[in-house]
Each structure stands twice: as structure tokens, then as C-alpha cells.
Write a protein that binds this ligand. Structure first.
Ligand code: 26Q
Length: 791
């Protein structure tokens, strides 16, 4: 690993900073989350050294894949949002775009998931325990980040200046991780911040004998990067999350300004040289922080600073669920960021005056668009700050962007037409096909070569080969081998033997009610019930594979994990089933596990309640590896279905419009229950305690939520449609050759969902840069031993 790292960083050594390509802005991608995956094999592949390295090691009796297993998988993210950040960075490097990723070097990533008696148990993820061979500490990059205190009126030449007298100071120091382009010369940087005490120990307190106090202040500082917050975090501990967000954006914005000032001295040119992309609202305090630095430190007038700021930022929205839109209590700002609160109020004043002028007499719109939510406890609406402070706002699929424009942010769309654009998500094929599925890559290469690794649209050329029976047979053999490998992992991790010729039915993602793991589980129970009652006619053998983490504070999601396990225990051992149906839960889902599971999948479950999944990216990864999708018309599913052909995609359930109407008119869960015998039997069986004999009412909260609770995610509403659709799936699976034909058409058809395409669209619609993969490589960064020249 050390050797490979040297090979990469050698490239850093050899280049000094050069100008950016004509028209290109340097991209600064700010994200609280990154899920880069392991780097050893991936880096060797990018350098074109994988095969030779493998052979050489084998000659010495060593197995590269065994060595690769020792590497930690950085879990610095919850799911799709963090992995998207990694895919986009990969593609920027591949396309020769100068980019920095900015994030936090969490000491512990997302918790490690253990299962005890079917319950999820969280343990700390100590990914840095053995060190991280890929990171380069940049000790000379140190920024001061301040909190608390008060603001005083200072003396200004023309207007009075405000001075923030902070109470607390923390230093942020950088750790750089290389982001290498595929066989390209480009080497970008993922810069992760870690806190350090400004004064090694609070010496005065220490000498006064207050040892505990001195250490507890130090602990408070270190806690800034101690853990990554789970996506459905409860309000407890939210203040620390707020501090984390500010810590990371303050260091990042200071670093961006420092880098910019090495290039140009007129701050007015910042938006021409750089673009700061914020990954959801989590880094949106950066807008207020840039304003503070420009106005308070660089003494720019307000309007000039605002003009620079809003042309420098762009914001990607990843959710419209009201409970997931970030709002921060004003009291957090009062105690921790008093100067930023003033700045936000001033931005709001300017903004609301503009709106009042454009919409005279409409006071309701002022209340709706204000940065301040005045109802109940006063809170700052971070999405509004992000929209106002950005040049562009993008959604992550066509459906999501339309919803954004038509519902949640309709007022802003009316005020700023043209600000909202769509960039449908994508994935890097180099990770999700080339590294994850080498045998399939070999087969594809034998027919169409491998230019698709850098020109993903070329994968479309695979489509005609779907009509070739020889190719189909080879494709099936590879899928079978992948399933065999997966079966071995299942046997090892779950202690369950599965039939590799059964339909591998895969649902892998964060556990959340809107993603509806429950819907596929109810289907499994309905199938099981038919075995039990002897009414299963010619069933297609099926293995239902689940993986994913539930946020620790999300009781319903954790109960679903328990239900999956309890159903698995009963179904897997009931002789009436005869091994024709198996259920497994693969613990501790990660990028690494995704790379193992995805190549083995036959069926991809993408069954969110329509209108809830902004895009989904697992849907793309599974289709790319030759799984057929069963999915709702939600997020990117809609575009994937059109791209692969509607006949090659199993769609079911209420559409976005239908889901809205169902809710508006009051969805009648009880009518669904009484109207479908399978559904009634299924829910009754769960409610009877069949899967939890020692605690018969254990799953009552789930049954109640679906029935008495009104079934907010429309599980019962979509159940019948889902069951009928699954019957069509089974019928097709009984014709393996036709199944393979359609699977191949999925591989070819999904070629447009690469993150290379997404990055080109960002460049065109959001960053306004010229991206030319053939531009000579330009390096901004050099190795640590030539720091003087480094950015
Ligand atoms: C917020 C506040 C406090 C603590 C945690 C959070 C938090 C953290 C992570 C909220 C949300 C997330 C993650 C969201 C996420 O992964 N969203 C997914 O983003 C993908 C990439 O665009 C989409 O494909 C998915 O549809 C979307 O769910």
C-alpha cells in the first residue's frame, strides 16, 4: 500500500501549479460526507498496474485480493449523498477538471452495524485504528475557527465595522487524500479537516489545578470530528452537528480564499476562478462565512461582497421531505455564531425588500420565503439561505427537479426563473463495473473493447449483442459465478445456505420508511404464507437479500431490521417452504459490501413511495451490473426506465401525482387491508406473533402504523400492484435466456447514468466551464515535500 501511495504522490511531486484550462473554474465540492471506498485495487487499476502487480505478488506466494481485504473502507457518509460526492470527484479527475473535495476527517465514521438476536447494535467504526495510508497530513495548513462571544461596533472609515470578539478558538488542520483520474494525468485532492486545540492544553487552568477543566475543553474540541451524524439524527446532540458544520465550512472557505489569492488579488474575480458547490444544505453556513470574511476581514462593502458570494456558490438539493430540510434555532446562532446571525438577518433584509418591491402587497410570500421561520421557536431555514446565496440550484433527477420547482421552492422558481436546473445523478463505471465485476468487464471487452471506461456512452454498443445467444449464455454464466461467490459470503456472514439458481432479489440502502423495505418484506411474508397454507403454485425459487443501516434513533427502522431477521429465521427453517424461499440480511452495509452484492443481483428493488426518492443511485449500479429493476415511478427510476426500454423494467404502484392525490383524499388503509386477502393474511400473521412467539406483540407497532396510523408511505396502497408485478418478474425468470437478454439491454441502456455525464452537465449548466478530456493535465497540487510550491 505504501508503495502504491508513493506511485501516486510521485505525480504530485512532479508538477507545480499551472493555470486552469481556459474557461474552467476550479471546483470546490463541499460535503459533510464522502464514501470513497477502498483505494488499493482501484488505484492500481487507474495506474494500469493491477494485473502486473497481482502476477508479481503471486510469484512470491502472495494474493493481492487477500491483501486488499485488509484495507479499511472509510465510512464517512450515510449513503447516497456521500457516495455521490465520491463518484463526482472521481469523474472530475477523469475529465481533467481541477477540483478539491472538502470534508471532515471523522475519527469514527458511520457506526459499525452488529446484529444481536436480530436487533441492530451500533459500535464505533474505528477506521483510523491502523492509520490511513492514503492521507497526507498538511500540518502547515492551519486555520483558526471561532465560536461564541459577542459582536462589537468597531470603527470604520465610512460605515461602522462590526467586530466579532469570539470566546472560543479551534484550529483546523488538513489531511489530503489523492483523487486520481483513470489513466489520465489529473490528480485532484480530497481535503479533510481535523480539529486541533489552539493552545495545547489550557495551561492556566491546568496550573491552577483545574486539570479536569483543561482536559474537558480539549475533549470538546476533539469532539468536533469524533463522529459522523446519522441521517435521521434526533434533536439531541444537534448543537454539536451545528458546530461541526461551521468548523468544516470555515476552514474550507478560508482555504479557498487563500488558494484564490495565490492566483489573483482582486476578490471580485473569485467567481470567475472558483465555484463552491454545496452538497445539500449541510455546508450552507459557508455562504455567511464568506460574507463575513469579505466584509469584516477584507473590508468590502456589503453589495460588492454579496455580489461575489452569490456568484461563487451553487447548491445541490437532495431531499424535499419537510422533516429533512435543515433549520437551525436562532438561539444556536446567538450563542455560537452571533456575527453570522447578523449577516443572515442582513441578507434577509435585502432579500425581503427585493421581494416586496417585486410582489407589492403580497405579505404572505414574504413569510413563506423569509430566511427566518417565525412560527414557534425562531429558526433559520438553511435551504432558503442556500438558494438565495447561490447562482444555481440543482435537483438530482428530472422528477425531483420538477417537484422542487413546482412545490417546495415554487416561490423561488417564480422569483428566479432559470436558477433551478436539473442534473440527474450518475455513478462512476470505473468503480461500479470495472472494479466490482471483472468477469463481466472481460466479456464486454471481448465484444466492444473498453473505451466506455472513459467514454461511457460507448456501452450502448452492447445492445445488439443481447440478440446473440452465445453472448447471453456467457453473460448468464458470469452472473451465476458472481452469485456463487455471493452465496459463499452469505453462508459465512449469515449462516444461511442459498440456492444460487434462485432469483437473487436485492434491496440494499439506508433503512427508511419511505424506501419501503416493509413492502418487500410483506411480499416475502405473503409468499411464505402460501407455502404454509399449501397454496403456493409452481413458485420461482427466490432469495430476498437485504442490507442497510437504520439510524440509531429511528425506532421504526430498527424494528423493521428486527422483523427482517425474525421473518428470515422462520422462513429459512420451515420445512413447508422446502428451501424455495430464503431471506437474508447482510450486516454492516458498506461500499465494499455493495461491490460484492451488486454483481450478484438478479432483481433490483427500487420501491420508494413515489415523490420521496430524490434520485437513487443504487438503481443505476444494479442495472449496470445486469439486474432488472422492479420499481416505482420515482426519482431517477423514471429516466432509467425510459433509457433501458419500458419493456425491460418492472414498474408498479402509484405515480407521483397519484400518491399526492391519495394522500389529499385520505388513503384508506383499512379498505386496502380488507380488499386483498393476501395482504390481510400477511398482516394478521405478523400481528399474531408468528414471527416473534416469545413476544407476540413485538411487531404490533408496525401493523398499527400501516393500519390505524394511516400508512403515510402508502405501503398498503401499493401492495396489490407490487404483488402482481412480482408475479410478472417470476414468470420472466422462468425463461432465463429472455431474462438475460433484458438484463443485457439494461447494462447497455443505463450508459447515460455515469457520473462523467453528470459532471459534464454540472460544468455546462452550473459551473459554466469548458470540459475537454483531451486538455493537457494541469496540476494544482504538489507533494508535501515541496510545500513551498503547493497550494
Ligand atoms: C442532516 C442533519 C443532521 C444530521 C444528519 C443529516 C443528514 C445526513 C445525511 C441528512 C441526510 C443525509 C443523506 C441523504 C442522502 O443520502 N440522500 C440521498 O442522496 C442521493 C444522492 O443525490 C439520492 O440519490 C437519494 O435519493 C437521496 O436520498
Amino acid at each position: 500500500m505504501a508503495l502504491v501511495r508513493e506511485l501516486v504522490t510521485e505525480q504530485w511531486v512532479n508538477r507545480a501549479e499551472s493555470p486552469r484550462p481556459a474557461g474552467a473554474r476550479r471546483v470546490c465540492y463541499l460535503s459533510m460526507e464522502f464514501l470513497p471506498g477502498r483505494l488499493l485495487v482501484y488505484t492500481l487499476q487507474k495506474l494500469g498496474l493491477y494485473e502486473s502487480c497481482r502476477r508479481t505478488l503471486a510469484e512470491h506466494g502472495l494474493d493481492l485480493d487477500t491483501i486488499a481485504e485488509l484495507e479499511a473502507d472509510p465510512a464517512l457518509g450515510n449513503g447516497g449523498l456521500g457516495r455521490l460526492a465520491a463518484c463526482l470527484l472521481d469523474s472530475m479527475a477523469n475529465l481533467g477538471l481541477p477540483a478539491y473535495g472538502y470534508g471532515i476527517r471523522y475519527d469514527c465514521g458511520l457506526f459499525a452495524q452488529h446484529i444481536e438476536d436480530g436487533w441492530q447494535i451500533e459500535r464505533p467504526d474505528r477506521w483510523l485504528f491502523h492509520g490511513n495510508p492514503w492521507e497526507i497530513p498538511r500540518r502547515e495548513l492551519l486555520y483558526s475557527v471561532k465560536f461564541g462571544g459577542r459582536v462589537v461596533e468597531g470603527s470604520g472609515d465610512v460605515v461602522p465595522r462590526r467586530e466579532w470578539i469570539a470566546a472560543e478558538e479551534v484550529l483546523a488542520t488538513a489531511y489530503d487524500i489523492p483523487v486520481l483520474g483513470y489513466q489520465s494525468q489529473r490528480l485532484n485532492t480530497l481535503r479533510l479537516w481535523s480539529p486541533r486545540a489552539a493552545h495545547e492544553l489550557d495551561l492556566r487552568s491546568f496550573n491552577d489545578g483545574d486539570h479536569g477543566g483543561a482536559f474537558s475543553r480539549r475533549n470538546a474540541i476533539e469532539s468536533l470530528s469524533q463522529i459522523l451524524y446519522p441521517s435521521d439524527a434526533t434533536p439531541a446532540g444537534r448543537e454539536l452537528r451545528f458546530k461541526q458544520e461551521f468548523f468544516f465550512v470555515s476552514a474550507s472557505v478560508q482555504d479557498i480564499l487563500r488558494r484564490f489569492q495565490r492566483i489573483d488579488c482582486s476578490l471580485d474575480r473569485l467567481p470567475e476562478e472558483m465555484v463552491i458547490q454545496i452538497n445539500d444544505t449541510h455546508p450552507s453556513l459557508a455562504i455567511a462565512e464568506l460574507m463575513r470574511l469579505l466584509v469584516d476581514v477584507h473590508h468590502l462593502e456589503w453589495e460588492r461582497a454579496w455580489n461575489i458570494t452569490r456568484r461563487s456558490f451553487a447548491y445541490t438539493n437532495h431531499t424535499l421531505m419537510p422533516e429533512a430540510l435543515e433549520v437551525w434555532p436562532v438561539r444556536f446562532f446567538e450563542t455560537l455564531l452571533p456575527r453570522h446571525l447578523q449577516i443572515i438577518y442582513e441578507i434577509n433584509d435585502w432579500f425581503l425588500r427585493e421581494v416586496a418591491w417585486r410582489r407589492p402587497g403580497d405579505s404572505a410570500i414574504l413569510r413563506r420565503v423569509s430566511l427566518v421561520d417565525e412560527e414557534g421557536e425562531r429558526r433559520i431555514r438553511m435551504a432558503h439561505l442556500a438558494i438565495i446565496g447561490s447562482q444555481r440550484v440543482n435537483g438530482v433527477s428530472k422528477a425531483h427537479t420538477n417537484l422542487m420547482k413546482q412545490t417546495t421552492f415554487a416561490d423561488f422558481q417564480a422569483l428566479y426563473p432559470g436558477k433551478f436546473v436539473n442534473v440527474t445523478n450518475g455513478i462512476t463505471f470505473r468503480r461500479w463495473l470495472h472494479e466490482a465485476n471483472p468477469d463481466l468487464v472481460g466479456l464486454i471487452r471481448s465484444r466492444i473493447g473498453d473505451r466506455w471506461l472513459t467514454q461511457p456512452d460507448d456501452l450502448a454498443a452492447l445492445a445488439p449483442h443481447a440478440e446473440d445467444p452465445v453472448f447471453r449464455a456467457a453473460f448468464r454464466a458470469i452472473k451465476r459465478e458472481n452469485k456463487k461467490r455471493m452465496a459463499a459470503i452469505i453462508a459465512r456472514e449469515c449462516g444461511v445456505t442459498v440456492d444460487i439458481d434462485s432469483l437473487f432479489d436485492v434491496q440494499i440502502k439506508r433503512i427508511h420508511e419511505y424506501k419501503r423495505q416493509l413492502l418487500s418484506l410483506l411480499h416475502v411474508v405473503a409468499l411464505y404464507n402460501r407455502f404454509r397454507t399449501g397454496t403456493a403454485a409452481a413458485p420461482t425459487p427466490r432469495t430476498a437479500i437485504f442490507a442497510g443501516k437504520a439510524a440509531p434513533g429511528y425506532a421504526m427502522a430498527k424494528l423493521v431490521v428486527k422483523l427482517i431477521h425474525d421473518v428470515a429465521d422462520v422462513v429459512n427453517s420451515d420445512p413447508a417452504v422446502g428451501g424455495l424461499l430464503k431471506v437474508v440480511f447482510i450486516p454492516d452495509y458498506s461500499v465494499r459490501k455493495a461491490q460484492n452484492i451488486i454483481p450478484a443481483a438478479d432483481l433490483s428493488e427500487q420501491i420508494s413511495t413515489a415523490g420521496h426518492e430524490a434520485s437513487g443511485t443504487g438503481n443505476m449500479k444494479l442495472a449496470l451490473n445486469g439486474a432488472l429493476t422492479i420499481g416505482t415511478l420515482d426519482g431517477a427510476n423514471i429516466e432509467i426506465r425510459e433509457a433501458v426500454g419500458i419493456e425491460n423494467f418492472f414498474a408498479f404502484g402509484a405515480s407521483i401525482e397519484e400518491a399526492v392525490a391519495l394522500r389529499a383524499n385520505g388513503h384508506d388503509a383499512w379498505a386496502c387491508y380488507h380488499g386483498d386477502a393476501d395482504l390481510k393474511d400477511t398482516l394478521d400473521l405478523i400481528a399474531s406473533g408468528h414471527f416473534s412467539p416469545s413476544r407476540p406483540d413485538l411487531f404490533q407497532p408496525i401493523v398499527d402504523m400501516l393500519t390505524k396510523g394511516g400508512d403515510s408511505y402508502l405501503v398498503l396502497a401499493d401492495f396489490s400492484s407490487y404483488l402482481r408485478c412480482q408475479e410478472r418478474v417470476e414468470a420472466l425468470y422462468r425463461d432465463p435466456d429472455e431474462w438475460a437478454r433484458r438484463a443485457i439491454l439494461n447494462v447497455a441502456g443505463v450508459c447515460g447514468f455515469s457520473s462523467d455525464r453528470a459532471v459534464r452537465q454540472y460544468a455546462e449548466l452550473v459551473w459554466k466551464t469548458d470540459v475537454d478530456p483531451n486538455v493537457p493535465a494541469i496540476f494544482e497540487m504538489v507533494a508535501p515535500n515541496v510545500f513551498a510550491a503547493a497550494e
